[in-house]
Ligand binder design. Structure first.
Ligand code: GAL
Length: 568
């Protein structure tokens, strides 16, 4: 494998300025991603591999993270399938479906690659899999589960078993005969060059040809880590180097490309988060298999707190949930983590919109995932530090309107009731608080009358044609209306669409984040309760912004609302 450099993009604040007004008459523009906290704006997606499977991120188990090469055999797979269906609240009941055999099924225990049969097919190693693959697939299917296999587009797999190069069609036919449901196709034995894409396409086409009526989930590791979408090739594609069972970003010294090879949960998370936005139903970015409950020599492993964070964040990113631990021997805590249905529901949400990091205060972060249904978000408050921390979130950061929202804690399984405007919690070291928040989408619009704006005793009057049924008047002549809660994810130029009313022409000074105001003309709207809109270009910084409307000597217009729109 080749590692390539990657790092977290940290946002920087920019100086602010206001410039000229442009006039627009009330047209309702559709908002898009840079504007809202984590708004559900449409994302441009690449043409999809239309095989109809993996409409939600695949869930299952893989042999690699714990058993690796040495521990892999038929017994383990059978017992794992048994463990998955065991108990009143089994992993299968929680949604885990795939039992994936990773590398080495075609290698002898002493490390020899098995030669192909005279007809070109590849059989599993008979010492590891004495019953053969067909019987094993039947066994797994007999438990109501599905079975996955592993190969590589080169001549050899990563562990030097036989790869599929030149045998794509033969192997795909064999998988179809055995009833394989999922193929992990891992870049090994071939370079990352201009031919890379086509090598994955070869197997895509072979799978479709061999199994036209029973589509096989196609999971690839192109190992490029360049953020490009592979949606037209595969159902999911790995976006990071291999995860290892530890918490921190990286361990060990930099290797080729000056990039450390050992990545823990935080290292993989930061990388995966950068490229997750291209994911959606049937096309997932794969942050690698889970290290929940994986205890392995040479690694610190994750504490239960860290494992909860790992699981929560993978769900937030809509990453596949492929357990990597020994399911036959897991602690009650590990089981409880893997089967937390409220967190699983976040991963499996039908909209498939991956979370974004809406706030990054160094070690303290807020993540928001837009879920199906009006005004619904999953929120993670993440404490990367090694001491307790208080982390708060404002509804505006979630793209939700000021006011009440219903909150539920997804790890405590507790309703927190209706909560106004903000929520703050103490988060343990390396821990998360994960919430489901149900409020109202603000679509980038902020009501002038909202209590979060100042002054507190502003002159609010009802206005039938105004949003929220009210406007704020008596602005000017020394009284300033200040919006305190305008949130954008990225610093940059936006358009502020101001809904206002005034019988006669008025003007106001519009100031962002305390910068010198820009005198702005607001033509008469035809009535004091007849709103129209004017658009002001503004430079906003990532996070919360204030906008002031003032006029020292005269009346400024009455303000109904402002809407933050993207662009120049
Ligand atoms: C790596 C891959 C791992 C595992 C391993 C097997 O390239 O990223 O997830 O499959 O190969 O050799």
């Amino acid at each position: 494998m080749t590692d390539s450099g990657a790092g977290t993009t940290r946002r920087t604040s920019q100086a602010l300025m206001l410039s000229l007004i442009t006039l627009g008459l009330g047209a309702c523009a559709r908002l898009s991603t840079p504007q809202a906290g984590s708004g559900g704006a449409s994302r441009p997606l690449r043409p999809l591999l239309a095989n109809g499977v993996a409409r939600t991120p695949p869930m299952g188990w893989s042999s690699w993270n714990y058993f690796g090469c040495e521990g892999l055999n038929e017994q383990v797979i059978r017992e794992t399938a048994d463990a998955m269906v065991q108990g009143p609240d089994s992993l299968k009941d929680a949604g885990y479906t795939y039992v994936n055999i990773d590398d080495c099924w075609m290698k002898t225990p002493s490390g020899q690659a098995r030669p192909r049969n005279p007809d070109g097919t590849l059989s599993p190693d008979p010492t590891r899999f004495p019953g053969g693959m067909q019987a094993l697939a039947d066994y797994v299917h007999g438990r109501g589960l599905k079975i996955g296999l592993y190969s590589s587009p080169g001549l050899a797999t990563c562990q030097k078993g036989g790869g599929s190069q030149g045998y794509e069609q033969i192997d795909a036919q064999q998988y179809a005969r055995w009833g394989i449901d999922y193929l992990k196709y891992d870049r090994c034995g071939i370079p990352v060059d201009a031919t890379l894409r086509n090598r994955f396409v070869l197997m895509r086409d072979a799978l479709q040809k061999s199994s036209p009526n029973r589509p096989i989930v196609y999971s690839i590791n192109p190992d490029t880590q360049d953020g490009q979408s592979w949606a037209d090739v595969a159902n999911l594609w790995r976006v990071t180097v291999d995860i290892k069972p530890f918490w921190d970003k990286v361990e060990g010294s930099p290797t080729e490309n000056n990039y450390p090879r050992k990545h823990g949960v935080l290292g993989v998370l930061d990388r995966a988060a950068e490229v997750a936005s291209v994911a959606g139903p049937g096309q997932w970015t794969d942050a690698d298999m889970l290290e929940v409950g994986v205890r392995k020599a040479g690694f610190s492993g994750l504490t239960n707190e860290e494992a909860r964070s790992h699981f929560s964040l993978w769900a937030m990113l809509s990453s596949p949930l492929i357990a990597g631990n020994d399911l036959r021997n897991m602690t009650p805590e590990t089981r409880a983590i893997l089967t937390n249905r409220e967190v699983i529901d976040v991963d499996q949400d039908a909209a498939g919109t991956p979370a974004v990091r809406v706030r990054d205060d160094g070690d303290l972060e807020v993540w928001s995932k837009t879920l199906s249904g009006e005004g619904t978000r999953a929120v993670v408050l993440l404490n990367r530090s090694s001491s307790n921390a208080q982390i708060g979130v404002r509804w505006s950061e979630l793209g939700l309107a000021w006011g009440e929202a219903d909150l539920r804690d997804l790890w405590r399984h507790q309703d927190l009731g209706p909560v106004e405007n903000t929520y703050s919690a103490s988060v343990p070291p390396h821990g998360v608080v994960m919430l489901r928040v149900k409020g109202a989408d603000n679509n980038g619009r902020y009501e002038a009358e909202a209590g979060v704006n100042t002054p507190e005793d502003k002159d609010v009057v009802s206005c039938g044609r105004c949003t929220g049924g009210a406007l704020v008047r008596s602005i000017g002549r020394g009284t300033t209306l200040q919006f305190n809660d305008l949130y954008v994810r990225q610093s940059g130029r936006y358009q502020l669409r101001v809904a206002y009313t005034t019988r006669e022409n008025r003007s106001a000074s519009v100031s962002v984040n305390g910068a010198p105001g820009v005198s702005t003309f607001f033509p008469g709207t035809g009535g004091a309760f007849l709103p129209r809109t004017a658009t002001v270009p503004v430079d906003l910084r990532a996070g919360l912004n204030t906008v002031q409307f003032s006029n020292d000597r005269r009346w400024a217009p009455n303000i109904d609302n402002v809407t933050v729109l993207p662009g120049n």
